[in-house]
Design a protein around this ligand. Structure first.
Ligand code: FMN
Length: 406
């Protein structure tokens, strides 16, 4: 019989950085930035709770590199070191109890909703399609000079993250955001060196990694979150993804996180208990590289996570929504008081309304729980969707009924 202890063995990265166990919290946008896009005391409290709860690696919700390109209300933005003190407080809380906290850096590209952006920028002027498209203005294509400026923004932000005392950074190239748009042959129709072949489509990602590395040095972990596939016909495919993963591993990225989906095909938000979504792919992606892989999406049991690590399908396993419901889940697992969780299926009681606002409710429910944890209140579980729906409207206004992130 496999024991859960494999989950509680440390992982040492090639640069010598050690993560104390194999459980990580993937990025969950906390929407706790203030009106100046600064981290708040709420964020400090939340990360303190998670760090004390025993998770080895905490990846922050996506932090934007440009105040003019935000993914939603409540984002934190890092453009320079003007908020270094607040960032330091956040980093310190997230590194209690031997935990590591790494900051996920992102640019939304065309996935910037109307509520925050009149005209988003993207690799090409290709609008979003699908059921969520109505919430987004069509983007305009970036100039080459603007691409260079974005590369620089990621590097500047990584430098600030390091100086604030965080343990590392993660480049968000998944879930349909800007870097994923560059990788996608559907969203990227450029004819210059940033479009066309996969080599060209991954150029911006490589440039960002290299610019960051030049700033932060060899010892500071840089992770990459990438889709196994966009799950859109003709989009970024599994074969493409494996090529990008191998290229980024060769460049020296420290840890690669596998996810999938985007606003057009939000598979990462599934609540049906089909088990871990991307484990098979993670095992395939590992072949031929030494860079550790972490995988998130759909894990619900310690047994399932233990199996993935014990079978070498991934070096680390993540739980996002579960850790918003049980912030000390790893401590409980170690003490033997946690085995598995069933995520809540929320309903308004009106199936047609559920269909329309289901993904909003899904996110708001977890935002609400994160706010409760930050306020020192117990998590409040329910299957009644009206509470999270009112919460979303109260926090962000009616505009929140427009679709957001995944
Ligand atoms: C409220 C919420 C916010 C999220 N924000 C982000 C984000 O900022 N960046 C990101 O890469 N993924 C984000 N995700 C996706 C999660 O990292 C994760 O991939 C997804 O929830 C599936 O994992 P799970 O089944 O363990 O919840 C978010 C998910 C939720 C529920």
């Amino acid at each position: 019989m496999m024991t859960q202890s494999v989950l509680f063995t440390p992982l040492t990265l090639k640069n010598g950085v050690t993560i104390k166990n194999r459980i990580y919290k993937p990025a969950m946008s906390e929407t706790m930035g203030d009106a100046q896009y600064r981290p708040t005391q709420e964020l400090v409290n939340l990360y303190g709770k998670w760090a004390e709860g025993g998770t080895g690696l905490l990846i922050t919700g996506n932090v934007m590199v440009d105040a003019n390109a935000r993914g939603e209300l409540g984002n934190v933005v890092i453009e320079d070191d003007r908020n270094l003190d607040r960032l330091k407080a956040w980093a310190a809380a997230g590194q209690k109890n031997g935990a590591q906290t790494w900051v996920q850096l992102n640019h939304p590209g065309r996935q910037a909703p109307k509520t925050v952006s009149k005209q988003p920028v993207a690799p090409s002027a290709v609008p979003l399609t699908g059921p969520n498209a109505f919430g987004f203005n069509p983007p305009r294509a970036l100039t080459k000079a603007e691409i260079k400026a974005i590369v620089n923004r990621f590097a500047v932000a990584a430098d600030v993250v390091q100086r604030a005392g965080f343990g590392g950074v993660e480049i968000h190239a998944a879930h349909g955001y800007l870097l994923n748009q560059f990788l996608s042959p559907l969203a990227n129709r450029r004819t210059d060196e940033y479009g066309g072949s996969l080599e060209n489509r991954m150029r911006i990602l490589k440039e960002i990694y290299q610019a960051m590395r030049a700033r932060v040095g060899a010892q500071f972990p840089i992770a990459l979150k990438i889709n196994s596939s966009d799950y859109v016909s003709g989009g970024f495919s599994e074969e493409d993804s494996i090529e990008v993963i191998h290229a980024m591993a060769d460049l020296g990225v420290d840890l690669i996180e596998i996810s999938g989906g985007n606003y057009e095909s939000p598979v990462m938000q599934a609540t049906t208990n089909k088990g871990a979504f991307f484990v098979d792919f993670a095992a395939k992606a590992k072949a031929g590289i030494e860079t550790p892989i972490m995988v998130t999406g759909g894990f619900s049991s310690i047994a399932g996570m233990t199996k993935a690590v014990a079978n070498h399908e991934a070096e680390m396993v993540g739980m996002a929504r579960a850790l918003a419901l049980v912030p000390d889940l790893p401590n409980q697992a170690q003490a033997g008081t946690f085995a598995a969780i069933q995520l809540d299926h929320l309903s308004t009681g009106f199936p047609r309304l559920d269909k329309k606002v289901g993904s909003l409710i899904g996110l708001s429910y977890y935002e609400l729980q994160m706010k409760r944890i930050a306020a020192g209140k117990p998590v409040k579980r329910t299957t009644n969707a009206w509470g999270p729906l009112w919460f979303a409207i109260r926090e962000q206004g009616l505009a929140t009924l427009k679709p957001r992130r995944g």
